[in-house]
Ligand binder design. Structure first.
Ligand code: NAD
Ligand code: MG
Length: 369
């Protein structure tokens, strides 16, 4: 009998099928210290671990110990922590580190952290010497279920979020569920918003499962987290696999995001976490789906209850309804001033609709704090 299988928790793998750019997302406990996480990656003389000042003290030494078994030179860089540092200056620090160490075109970059570190390191990998391999090691729930899947990389510009970037796929994603133990509760809830999103847009039974298992997820039960992360990655992978470059279908992943972005921009970035704004945005988008006659009123009740139980806000900040409309007209999905919303057409199926200002006003009025 294989004793290893008794002492080690199981590892799930979700395959992201994008022809020659296909890769695996490994999901499980204890992955940082397991040899199987690190074998079979591209060979190179040099590896660079990019992390930040919060995550590096927690996990970098363990990753480094593993990588030293595979690479002669293992460099490390600790960026400042925060969305404000997802910028040119940090990107330059990655380039400086690589060039100062004479890192060649085979160098492998490892992104150890949340979505900020992942997006930035991915973009650095896309452009360093016209592209080097990179590996995502997401350490927030949001990055494990969302930002590390799908190949979008970017940095922010003072005039707009994620305005400079590239589509660039990693070699592998290593989602160690144990890293979530140190995540602040507020960040866990924010990640749950993106998990909850996948139910109504793609899988009605996942929504049932989430309602039953939310307490286990909030208690960071590893089995529950493993299923939630795997199912989320599978759904995102299926959507991205059909629409890698966001021509159409991929937009359904933005359920709750049109209202959510208005909240984030209206309050000023950093006031609410992205996931908090998306949680509240899903309440509004659920109500819109009801008012458009697509869903029964019970759907709104159900979504509101789940989002609230996840520790997320369900009342929208009172920016004034006209300010909301103005902000949403600036949304990327708007066409010729007409706001387009992701709505739920049936449990597990999403679509795009526009709605009259009157109807959107009614939705807002019903949910302003
Ligand atoms: P984040 O990277 O800022 O992480 C949140 C906070 O948690 C940070 O302070 C971080 O240092 C800390 N942290 C991370 N892991 C930790 C751990 N294990 N223990 C303790 N603290 C930890 O935020 P995020 O929510 O992970 O990601 C948000 C970013 O992701 C945004 O920049 C957003 O634009 C991007 N994003 C990208 C995509 C995509 O498709 N590429 C999708 C969604 C979001
Ligand atoms: Mg999002």
């Amino acid at each position: 009998m294989n004793t290893l299988s008794h002492t080690l928790p199981s590892v799930d793998a979700v395959r992201i099928a994008l022809a020659e750019r296909s890769y695996d997302i490994l999901i499980g406990g204890g992955l940082l210290d397991r040899a199987c996480s690190w074998t079979g990656l591209p060979r190179a003389a040099t590896a660079l671990i990019v992390s930040n000042t919060t995550v590096a003290p927690l996990y970098l030494a363990r990753v480094k110990a593993q990588l030293q078994l595979h690479y002669k030179q293992v460099l490390q860089l600790e960026l400042d922590d925060g969305e404000a540092y997802k910028d040119w200056a940090s990107l330059n620090r990655i380039a400086d580190t690589l060039l100062a160490a004479a890192a060649d075109r085979k160098t492998v970059l490892f992104a150890l952290g949340g979505g900020v570190v992942g997006d930035m390191t991915g973009f650095a990998a896309a452009i360093y010497m016209r592209g080097v391999p990179f590996v995502q090691i997401p350490t927030t729930l949001l990055s494990q279920v969302d930002s590390s899947v799908g190949g979008k990389t970017a940095i922010n510009h003072p005039l707009g979020k994620n305005m400079l970037g590239a589509f660039y796929q990693p070699e592998r994603v290593i989602a160690d569920l144990d890293t979530l133990d140190t995540l602040p509760a507020r960040e866990l809830s924010a990640g749950l918003a993106e998990v909850i999103k996948y139910g109504p847009i793609a899988d009605a039974s996942f929504l049932d499962w989430l309602e039953a298992n939310l307490p286990a997820l909030l208690a960071r039960d590893k089995q529950a987290l493993a299923y939630a992360v795997r199912r989320s990655c599978e759904i995102k992978a299926a959507v991205v696999g059909q629409d890698e470059r966001e021509q159409g279908l991929r937009a359904i992943l933005n359920f709750g995001h049109t209202f959510g972005h208005a909240i984030e921009t209206g309050l000023g970035y950093g006031e609410w976490l992205h996931g908090e704004a998306v949680g509240c945005g899903m309440v509004l988008a659920s109500d819109l789906s009801v008012r458009l006659g697509l869903m029964p009123g019970s759907f709104l009740t159900r979504m509101t209850r789940l989002i609230q139980a996840a520790g997320l806000p369900v009342k929208a900040p009172d920016l004034g309804t006209s300010r909301y409309l103005e902000l949403m007209r600036m949304d990327k999905k708007s066409e010729a001033g007409e706001i387009r919303f992701v709505v739920i057409e049936a449990l597990g199926r999403a679509g795009m609709r526009s709605a009259s200002d009157e109807l959107v006003n009614e939705v807002l009025q019903a949910h302003l704090a």
